[in-house]
Design a protein around this ligand. Structure first.
Ligand SMILES: C[S@@+](CC[C@H](N)C(=O)[O-])C[C@H]1O[C@@H](n2cnc3c(N)ncnc32)[C@H](O)[C@@H]1O
Length: 260
């Protein structure tokens, strides 16, 4: 476990979420906004436990060689139990009234809602994310949406952040050269979602990937703490976070420290 980026506004921990989360100060987080490895894809247990994330989530004709990522081989019951543990640690790190937004696909919706509730969060609803460009399916319906399950750490004090937010978002996934991670989420979407966090508040993403949540947090005037296990994606996230903070860090001093 190492702190790869350490600044007043953004911290990135390299390591396993279950090791790092217990070290975060209790009650320090205002929003958990996270995109865990879905442990989805494949139709059989053997598909799920053997196939790489790349093989599951990247179509055969995709023109890129993005790095694979780790932690995507659990079967469904293991996924539910593991995610519940992670979300329980997130709850401890969150202040009363903080929100949780956790991404899921259709297949893992039941497991994710079980994990959210088992982790101690109050389940508040589902926010669909509509992806305008998605693959058609012969003989049936497109899987045109992913979902955000919304929970809170007990009652929400709406006077702290009096916002009225939509219940449906539409945004395209990064494509081509702009894409850095196999399952990268659009910063524009994450920036909209970050509105549920009080301005200046702390956003936690225990599965930071390429750092998209952190970029959205910084660009909307929130702070960020993230965790990422893959060394490749740790470096991608550090570079993006430094760039997102840009001139503000330069103006405020020597800037964040980055492990070599
Ligand atoms: C779905 S991706 C997140 C992508 C991210 N939203 C983005 O836009 O780049 C999930 C990430 O969690 C990381 N991961 C998997 N298991 C982990 C663990 N136990 N602790 C921390 N990170 C983990 C993977 O390496 C992967 O980069």
């Amino acid at each position: 476990m190492a702190i790869l980026l350490d600044d007043d506004r953004a911290t990135l921990h390299g390591g396993d979420a279950l090791v790092v989360l217990p070290t975060l100060p209790a009650g320090s987080v205002d929003l958990v906004l996270t995109d865990p490895p879905y442990n989805s894809g494949g139709r059989t247990q053997s598909d799920r436990t053997k196939v790489s994330a790349r093989d599951k989530y990247v179509s055969g004709d995709a023109q890129h060689q993005l790095a694979d990522f780790v932690g995507d081989n659990r079967d469904q019951r293991a996924y539910t139990a593991w995610l519940a543990l992670v979300l329980a640690h997130c709850l401890r790190a969150s202040r009363p009234g903080a929100s949780l937004l956790v991404f899921s696909d259709w297949r893992q919706l039941p497991a994710t809602s079980d994990a959210l509730q088992a982790g101690g969060w109050l389940w508040r609803g589902i926010v669909p994310w509509h992806k305008p460009i998605s693959r058609p399916r012969a003989g049936g319906f497109k899987a045109e949406c992913e979902y955000l399950l919304w929970g809170s750490n007990g009652p929400i004090d709406a006077t702290r952040n009096p916002v009225y937010l939509p219940g449906l978002y539409s945004a395209s996934q990064p494509r081509g050269a702009a894409r850095r991670h196999i399952t990268e989420k659009p910063v524009s979407l994450l920036a909209e979602l970050a509105q549920v966090c009080v301005p200046g508040g702390m956003v936690l993403d225990p599965f930071a990937g390429s750092g998209s949540t952190g970029v959205a947090a910084l660009s909307t005037g929130r702070r960020f703490v993230g965790v990422e296990l893959s060394e490749h994606y740790q470096q991608v996230a550090v570079d993006r976070l430094r760039e997102a903070a840009g001139s503000a860090w330069v103006a405020s001093g020597p800037g964040p420290s980055v492990a070599s």
